[in-house]
Design a protein around this ligand. Structure first.
Ligand code: ZN
Length: 253
């Protein structure tokens, strides 16, 4: 285990810049703070799952969950439960009947194997997946305007990228994940379910990563445009859910 987190929280500078560019929608009703995301690392079975469980218990995942809880109001409690499960269990899912995200330790073991056990590389991939499920949960629990039919996967991917990029500036770690995991055509996750991931979505993720770099350098292009669209879309979607309106960070005017 390294001593520093692969994803370190950064001040919300980018958001403050963006806030001035995106018109807010004050018409929607504010979401009350009635619940939180709650992380549960249940008992792991076998040495490999125990090893990833220990890594996941280092606090990095908890910190991401806390970031969301500190920034966003939730109408109900949502559990994020890691489980030892048989191979038939989908690696990552959201159960809207029980407000519960289920992630298998097996998925974390697969990621860890893929990246040679390098936590700094596999953790961001896992974080993207967990945040994707949190995106589904947010849309469901906060009754956020549903995305157009067939686009919920894309929109959940957007939220995951939005959080990692705005709060952690971890695009480069995500680039690694996009190029080495999400894009793999032979990914077993692909065969089991079309839920996650596929080459088209990996390509989009790479486009947002490159688009953010272009956008912040003042360049234009389809990916920079896609990035701006993503940011304004999620600021709008989450409008009634933010605890603090943009620009109201402590210390700012
Ligand atoms: Zn999904």
């Amino acid at each position: 285990m390294g001593t520093s987190s692969p994803l370190s929280r950064v001040p919300r500078v980018a958001l403050l810049i963006l806030a001035s560019l995106v018109a807010g929608d004050a018409s929607a009703q504010e979401v009350q703070d009635l619940g939180d995301f709650v992380l549960q690392l249940t008992e792991a079975r076998g040495p490999y799952e125990a090893e990833v469980r220990e890594a996941l218990d280092s606090g990095d995942l908890e910190a991401i969950v806390e970031t969301i809880n500190n920034e966003i109001n939730l109408r109900e409690e949502v559990l994020i439960t890691f489980i030892s499960a048989p191979a038939e269990q989908p690696p990552a899912s959201y159960d809207l009947n029980h407000n519960q995200i289920l992630i298998t330790y097996r998925l974390a073991v697969e990621l860890s194997d893929l990246f040679g056990g390098d936590y700094d590389k596999w953790f961001p991939s896992l974080a993207q997946i967990v945040l994707h499920e949190m995106g589904h949960a947010l849309i469901d629990v906060n009754q956020i305007d549903p995305p157009p039919a067939g686009w919920s996967e894309y929109v959940a991917d957007q939220l995951a990228f939005f959080i990692i990029s705005e709060f952690y500036e971890a695009e480069e770690q995500l680039r690694w994940a996009a190029e080495h995991f999400f894009s793999r055509p032979d990914s077993r996750l692909n065969e089991e379910t079309d839920h996650f991931p596929n080459a088209e979505r990996a390509e989009l993720l790479l486009c947002w990563i490159n688009g953010k770099i272009e956008a912040l350098e003042g360049e234009t292009g389809p990916c920079a445009e896609a990035y701006w669209e993503l940011v304004s879309d999620w600021e709008w979607r989450l409008g009634p859910s933010w605890k603090e309106p943009f620009g109201n960070e402590p210390g700012s005017d």
